[in-house]
Write a protein that binds this ligand. Structure first.
Ligand code: T1G
Ligand code: NAD
Length: 700
């Protein structure tokens, strides 16, 4: 054996334990160890039963994701699963903790599955652009039928041991005690012939109701045709399960193998696995390795508007005590309602009862009195986006917050150094940039001004983790990572519109690329007035060489601010959040175009994306060059979690790597003929293209 798989013999039972922390991934060494342990147990006449189990909190989290894309080494997992299934001695999977993907498929190949009550089982491969490729698509439906099998494979979320028992895929759940000891009798009973050893491939319970299985295949396929536009692996999964119902096992297994190989080679798999590692990398900040975050139990939120309300809910949901301070009673009442309406909605949807709401709100303390913040561990300011207002608030915070409290601003654009400068403790002030709605959106940009204490930074990350956010470090620079890049591709969307392409066609192309909504739908959702105020503020300092599109201003002058006014780039019928195309908007655009003497030109969807993503990648490269983001994959995380960039494309930096850095530079140079001020390739991109580098090479 080797050191990652340990074989112990207990009475007539071979206990095969995977010990490969942190998650018992089925690396090459584990696969070798398993194969050897099975062989040795089979050869030993004293052994009557084999039991495979894990260690720590994991049975096994499945294939070692690090190995994908590298040459695959024997024995491969499907071989091990087949060897287990065809064992002449009964094999038990003792599921001591989480069993995912290949880990669960390993268990499916055993003849019996016993799980502890806290164990979880699942097939999350879909999230990696893959399918269960070690017989899972063939074995699971044979036990539980197509519908439940597809539910597990297509939503990718694990289910509890109890649910597994109800499905019929877990034979027994042990409520307490040590799993091996608790399963001893069950295992020994098989030697007395009490429980028949049936290889999973020969099981047929799930295949009995052919009509129901047929309906399930059709329904899941229909659902995914609607919601899975552009995705690859869900449809491969459905095809594989369909095969399981209609062909002999070996044939189905071969079909699964071929489908798996196609998924493995797909750009979507590369994008999704990149995203998996990217969102883990962004939490690893070298300077925080040895730093303990400060205590965090009481949070104060200043301002109860859109963001303050959302942040308060996120904090309450994370179990914190939350104070909310508003400037007057009317503001406070609005703030309180902003919080309560979230829970009222949960109640109306049956997600919580009135008692639960009451219990949560016991930790919520609204006030107009800043003195109430004196015992807060952290204060997050979310007042109006105006430097003078923020400074005034921070002067007050400095006066009332206790020594050692962390002070944070949720500003979208403003300079945190300047905000911090009005306090006597600038090293304790950082930016915590939440996204709207703050209780839902997972991105949290953690903005680091100069001289920030590492302990304070660590506490920012701890808050993000506690709230279930994806925290990304950003330097203190206007618009931080996300809004700065947003500025660039929003401009390009405006240019293309003024050049002659309808905003509706631009939105459509961006949606077809994989975004949930296009840029003009997003402007309508966010509210045009905010951007308009910002543009007016900057009008005097705008570089005269910058192309400025006035169309949005024309809409705002009419009071068309988007969804909230029923009209923006789209028309919204009473109460509807779905916009329809507005011919008057098209007339306004045509008017602006003719004023400027622009000859209309219709860009193709490919051209729209080339420009949109080209602007995004170029600005992102500047963000890297200026060290605003730590590494390219942090930008991918920001774009995915904050702005809707399709995860299966990995993020703009991964996309650029796959598209080709040189081609991106060539595109930018081609566009720069029309507008050399905007389309200036970043120095970093030019160097990378010259040296044949990729963004992946720059990841930490
Ligand atoms: N392979 C390699 N490393 C893995 C891994 C895996 N499967 N799962 C996690 N890690 C690393 C992770 O990168 C991190 O490393 C550390 O473990 C802790 O993870 C053939 C095709 C298991 C629920 O999709 O969902 O089997 O950052 O920080 O919050 O048919 O990780 O410390 O260096 O996330 O406790 C299917 C993916 C594979 C499971 C644990 N399996 N993992 O969450 O800790 S495909 C998955 C997770 C497959 C077969 C198919 C989660 C977790 P580092 P963590 P966590
Ligand atoms: P909002 O207008 O909805 O809320 C601001 C609240 O602050 C109001 O309720 C107001 O009464 C209160 N307030 C103003 N001055 C105050 C004071 N001195 N003391 C206490 N309360 C005071 O604004 P918002 O959209 O919630 O934005 C708040 C901050 O969050 C801004 O800095 C904004 O840039 C940032 N932000 C907004 C979004 C977004 O999408 N709305 C996203 C990220 C960040």
């Amino acid at each position: 054996m080797n050191d990652v798989v340990v074989l112990n013999k207990k009475e007539s039972i071979a206990l095969i334990q995977i010990q490969n922390p942190p998650v018992n991934a089925l690396s090459h060494a584990v696969r070798q160890g398993l194969m050897e342990a099975v062989r040795e147990s089979l050869e030993d006449p004293a052994i009557k039963v084999l039991a495979i189990t894990g260690s720590g909190k994991f049975f096994s989290a499945g294939a070692d994701i690090q190995e994908f894309g590298k040459p695959s080494l024997e024995p491969q997992l499907p071989q091990i699963c087949n060897a287990i299934e065809s064992c002449s001695k009964p094999v038990f999977a003792l599921i001591n903790g989480t069993a995912l993907g290949g880990g669960f498929e390993l268990a499916l190949s055993a003849h019996f599955r016993v799980a502890t009550a806290s164990a979880k089982i699942g097939l999350p491969e879909i999230h990696l652009g893959l399918l269960p490729g070690s017989g899972g698509t063939q074995r699971l439906p044979r036990i539980i039928g197509a519908d439940k099998a597809l539910k597990m494979m297509l939503n990718g979320q694990p289910v509890s041991a109890g649910e597994g028992l109800a499905y019929g895929v877990i034979d027994r759940v042990e409520e307490s005690g040590e799993l091996i000891t608790a399963s001893m009798n069950f295992m020994l009973e098989t030697t007395a012939g009490k429980h028949p050893r049936i290889p999973t491939r020969e099981r047929t319970e799930g295949l009995q109701d052919e009509a129901a299985n047929h309906v399930a295949i059709g329904e899941h396929r229909n659902t995914w045709q609607k919601k899975g536009k552009g995705l690859y692996s869900p449809f491969q999964i459905i095809d594989c399960v369909e095969k399981a119902l209609s062909t002999p096992f070996e044939e189905g297994l071969k079909y699964e193998r071929e489908s798996f190989a196609r998924c493995l080679e797909s750009p979507q798999r590369k994008g999704l696995i990149h995203a998996f590692f990217a969102e883990r990398r962004c939490r690893k900040i070298p300077e925080l390795r040895e730093i303990e975050p400060r205590k965090l139990e009481r949070l104060a939120v200043i301002g109860g508007g859109t963001m303050g309300g959302g942040i308060a809910v996120a904090a309450l949901d994370a179990g914190l005590e939350v104070m909310m301070v508003e400037r007057d009673e009317a503001g406070l009442e609005k703030g309180r309602l902003n919080v309560e309406k979230v829970y009222d909605r949960h109640i109306s949807k049956g997600r919580m009862g009135p008692e639960d709401k009451k219990e949560v709100l016991e930790r919520f303390i609204p006030s107009t009195d800043f003195e109430r913040i004196t015992d807060a561990d952290m204060v997050i300011e979310a007042v109006f986006e105006e430097m003078e207002v923020k400074k005034e608030v921070f002067r007050i915070l400095d006066q009332y917050a206790r020594q050692g409290a962390v002070l944070a601003s949720n500003t979208s654009y403003l300079d945190i150094d300047e905000i911090a400068s009005v306090t006597s403790r600038p090293e304790e002030v950082l930016g915590l940039h939440f996204f709207s709605p703050a209780n839902i959106m997972k991105l949290l940009e953690i903005v680091v001004p100069s001289g920030l204490s590492n302990e304070v930074l660590a506490t920012g990350f701890a808050l993000g983790n506690r709230m279930g956010k994806v925290p990304v470090r950003s330097a203190n620079s206007e618009g931080f990572i996300g809004n700065r890049i947003l500025g660039a591709y929003s401009k390009v969307a405006g240019y293309m519109m003024e050049d002659g392409t309808s905003p509706y066609r631009i939105d459509e192309a961006v949606r077809d690329f994989g975004y949930p909504i296009g840029p003009f739908q997003m402007f309508d959702l966010a509210g045009g007035d905010i951007g308009w105020a910002n543009r007016k503020r900057k009008a005097t300092t705008r570089d005269p060489r910058e192309r400025y599109v006035e169309i949005a201003d024309r809409l705002c002058e009419r009071g068309w601010f988007g969804q909230k006014t029923g009209r923006g780039f789209y028309l919204y019928e009473e109460g509807s959040r779905i916009g329809i195309e507005d011919p008057e908007v098209l007339d306004i655009i045509a008017g602006e175009r003719s004023t400027k003497g622009i000859r209309a030109r219709e860009y193709s969807p490919e051209e729209i994306i080339r420009r949109y993503i080209g602007a995004m990648v170029n600005e992102a490269a500047k963000v890297l060059e200026e060290k605003v983001a730590r590494c390219p994959s942090d930008i991918d995380v920001v774009q995915h979690y904050g702005y809707g960039f399709p995860r299966y494309r990995g993020g703009p930096m991964k996309y650029a790597d796959m598209y080709g850095i040189r081609k991106i530079v060539e595109d930018i140079e081609e566009f720069s003929v029309e507008d050399p001020f905007f389309w200036k390739p970043s120095e970093l991109l030019k160097t990378m293209a010259a040296q044949g580098q990729t963004f992946e090479d720059l990841n930490l």
